[in-house]
Design a binder for this molecule. Structure first.
Ligand code: SF4
Ligand code: SF4
Length: 109
């Protein structure tokens, strides 16, 4: 069960896992197309059968929003934390800053 307010499941809140991993999409995805345009990092893409998340681009929305936007909109709650990509808040922020620099290498532009 995912709490729509912060996008985290009760078990994740209990063990303190919120905001320390990239996210993943499970095979419960119904390909509704809702999450892809909501991702500020363009981390969500159509895979072979269902949508997938590129962990190199997913910052859990750190740097952009207070909560993962894909989780906020997913109608079937099929976007849990990805246990293969553990990152702390500082690492997620560093990833955000790197992605931002790649997208806009000259901050004066
Ligand atoms: S948590 Fe944010 S950055 Fe990660 S896939 Fe979802 S919308 Fe994109
Ligand atoms: S919002 Fe959920 S069900 Fe819809 S495409 Fe994204 S992951 Fe799949």
């Amino acid at each position: 069960m995912v709490d729509k307010k912060d996008g985290c499941s009760k078990s994740e809140q209990r063990v303190g896992l919120a905001s320390i991993m990239a996210l993943m999409i499970t095979d419960e995805c119904i390909n509704c197309d809702v999450c892809e345009p909501e991702c500020p990092n363009d981390a969500i893409y159509m895979g072979l059968e269902i949508y997938e998340i590129n962990p190199d681009k997913c910052t859990e929305c750190v740097g952009h929003f207070d909560a993962p936007q894909c989780r906020q909109v997913c109608p079937v709650d099929c976007i849990p934390l990805n246990p293969e990509f553990t990152e702390n808040q500082m690492q997620l922020m560093a990833k955000y800053q790197l992605l931002t620099a790649i997208i806009n290498p000259d901050p004066t532009e």
